[in-house]
Every structure is written in C-alpha cells, then in structure tokens.
Ligand binder design. Sequence first.
Ligand code: FDP
Length: 332
Amino acid sequence: MNLDSLSQITTVQQHILEQQGTHPTATGAFSWLLSGMTLATKIIESQVRRAGVLDVLGETGDENVQGEQVKKLDIIANNTLMRCLGYREDVGILVSEEEEEPRVLKAPTGDWKYVVLFDPLDGSSNIDVNVNVGTIFSVLQRRHDLAYDQDQLHHALQPGYKQLAAGYVVYGSSTVMAYSTGEGVHMFTLMPEIGAYVLSQEHVKVPDEGKTYSVNEAYVKTFGDGYQTYLNQAKDEGYSQRYIGSLVADFHRILLRGGVFLYPETKQSPNGKLRLLYEANPMAFLIEQAGGLATDGKMRVMDKMPQSLHERTPLVLGSKKEVEKVQKHLVD
Ligand code: FDP
C-alpha cells in the first residue's frame, strides 16, 4: 500500500459509524462500545506478539470456572477487556469465560443498554507454542421485560438470534478482526504502522461447499454414529482435514475457504466442549451472516435457550451444503 492509497483506507471505526448511519435507531453508544473492543484487542495483540520476551507465557497455577488451567495471557486479556469495556457508559453487564459470575457494572434501574459476552483468549492452550489464538465477542441488548428485582444474570441468558453484534479477532500471521451487526460480515486487518484496523473485505461470504472438515479426530470413536458415518464418507470422497485446535483460527479458515467445523458430544465432553454464549453463538451469528449454517446436531444453535452462563454445546458449522450433509447423517 503506498502513501496515496493509505489516504483511501476505511478503518473499522469509520465502518461502524457508516453502518450506524443505515440504522436510524442506532446511537453513538454502540460504536463507542465496539471501539472499546478494538482498543482492547490491540492491547491484547501487542502482548501476544511479544509473548516470548515479556513474562506472560505459562500458567498462573489456577483453574478457571471450566476446570481448565489458566494461562497468564488469559488473565491479561480478560483484565484488558474488562477495563476497556467497563468504562463504556452504556455497558451494564460483562460476561467472561474467565469469570464464574457476570460482572454487573450498573444498577438494574440505570439507563444502560448492553450486555457484552466474551472469550478473552480462545485457544489458549496454543499460546505457549506460538499458534494462532483469538478473542470472541457477542453483544446483547438488555432485556426490557426483566424486573429490577430479578436476577440480573437473565439479561445474559438470551438466545443467539437476539445478538445485536458479534465478532472475533484472530491473532495470526496478521491480526484480523471480523464483525457483524446483522448486515453481513466485514473483515479488517490491523496495520501496526498506523495502529488501526483497516477494511480488507466487506460482505464476506462462506463458499457454499468445501471439501475440508475440521475436527479433533482423536475423539472419533466416542462420536455418535451419524458423525462417524459422515467422516468416513468424507474420506471416501477425498476430503482434507485441517484442525488447529483454536476455534477462532479454525473458524476463520472455514469462513474464507469453506468446509465444516465439528465439535460433537464426546465421552470426555458429553455436552460438547464449546461454550454456547461466548463461543458458539457469536460464531453461529457470523457464519449465518456469511450464508452458512450452525447447528448443535439437533437444532439451530441460535435458537437454543441458554440455562446457564457457561453452558456448553455441540457445534457443527460452516458451508451450507456441508452442514446439511452432516445433518442428513444425524437424522438418518
Ligand atoms: P482451548 O481449550 O485451547 O481454549 O474452547 C476452547 C478450545 O480451545 C477451542 O478454541 C478449540 O476449538 C477447542 O477448545 C479445542 O479442543 P480440543 O483440544 O479438545 O480439540
């Protein structure tokens, strides 16, 4: 990119403001919220990039609410998001993978609007070996039918189809943000020299089919019969397998190249491993916005009514035709 083309760029901030202009009811509060997200992820990316030289690698010695080992970078990412979003006046509740309870920032009677849910550093078991990790987020509107004296947790327990926005940042060979406010999926690349996310692709569409499946095949013997039949057939048909083990990175590749991502019920994770509210729902929102599908094997992910904050779900998502193929085997 030369100097002249630099003056033609669209930053994520400009893009959000332009999108906002197409929604007569939207206010600056929403773009202010998303700017908290872009700021936080730039700070996180600077830590991830220097992970080998800063003292941020390794584990803290604690376990999180999921019983998983907490990495130092998990905590740094969580604190960064809490700080950058916590001061946005319209954000009332923050829900993080790293925290058992939601952080209720504003009084129930207050004039706040949004609940933000996030996985601060997804795929964190890959951090120490320099493999892609990411941040995932989902934005919900507060529930107006919830009485002030009811548990505020219920503001967060809404089905995925109610999301106002969702997105992720993948800290890969470059840092890329993808987001949607329900008007398609848009992608931005962080240009470190100017410190801004710059528009790289608007209205991203996932290919309708793609002969790649992404699954941890080590667990295949514990998958249901339908999944096993599908995977055997995929092999017979000459599919490739690609599995990074970071949802964000696996999702990013499928979004751009097509194919299907599967994390079914397994012996070790009988309800699936991925978390509904801050992993499956935002990814389902994005893939549907890109023309693909997301199911838990029985129903559309975004129609699931969550019962608890850290609930898990099986997840199958990707190209429309590939997800339909998997589904066919699951009902047969
Ligand atoms: P991680 O445990 O490293 O944080 O949700 C967590 C997640 O990674 C996803 O990013 C990834 O898709 C999945 O778990 C990998 O799980 P397996 O190691 O069981 O394949």
